[in-house]
Design a protein around this ligand. Sequence first.
Ligand code: SF4
Length: 339
Amino acid sequence: MTARRSVIPVFVPHLGCPNACVFCNQNRISGNEKPSEASDVHSCIKKAKEKLPPGTKAELAFYGGSFTAIPPEQQTDLLEAARTYVEDGFISEIRLSTRPDAIDAERLRLLKRYSVKTIELGAQSMDAQVLKLSGRGHGPEDTEQASNLIKQRGFKLILQMMTGLPGDSREKSIYTARKLAELKPDGVRIYPTVIIRDTALYEMWRSGVYKEHSVEDAIKLCAELFLVFEAEGIPVIRLGLNPTDELSGGDAVAGAYHPALGELVYSEIMLRKARELLGRASIGKRILLGVHSSKVSAMAGHKRRNIKKLTEEFGFKEIKIKAIDTEPGNIILLSLNNI
Ligand code: SF4
């Protein structure tokens, strides 16, 4: 039996960030007002250890800042706070997120000493103009260099990209996805841009300089990007910001925020795959589609949207969906007229 796994998130909002990216307000995204200190790390792990069933493998994750841009003594303090729990086996893995221009051999040596396994890089875009307009303060070449170094030194690499940034377009997003896929990350996260209160982007949107990235556009674009990564065998481990009470309660003012964005994107992906499959087949009026049990509702779509669309587009009398033993991304045409 595999051991249970649990993630212990520690938020360090804006810690180490050299500048304010126009879209970002980590205090509102994470719901944490101030960065955690070593004592907070220690008490978070201790509480988790008391609460979790024995045998659970915990992963400690530092999110919300630029970890490797924090002064080394402060990084050491935060990592040192977890050391006892790494040594006793409770923490099986440490991961952290940071900026591409805050990676070099020296910083990676420090992380290795503390058994950090996974580094998440906020690449956001591989288009220099988009990065500039978003106030990122780094170029696409920093993402390439940092990614290569991270992999060479034996860390797991997760790349984060955004869609709908200032100056962005569908073509630039697809270009970004292809460039990121070339870097062979172990996974990617895709975050469509949300307009968050108290950010420069909010002001840009209010003054008409920036046009919001709608939920509808984000769903279609993310489905395309997902398929780019899937074709290269790269898992998309997150689609859209984690919903929080703060974001849902008004901090997400406009843009591509939806608490179930990921599900809506998966449903769009299944619709596209089904269209392709059905377009190739010579079929009757009644069909049965077999999908993995976790994808039955995504295949049907929100309020059976996909079933209605496919019925209309292909002139079917009936479409049924059945859970079968297959890979989560597959759709199998099981039978034609005999259902
Ligand atoms: S996007 Fe990353 S680097 Fe930019 S302000 Fe937010 S946490 Fe800092």
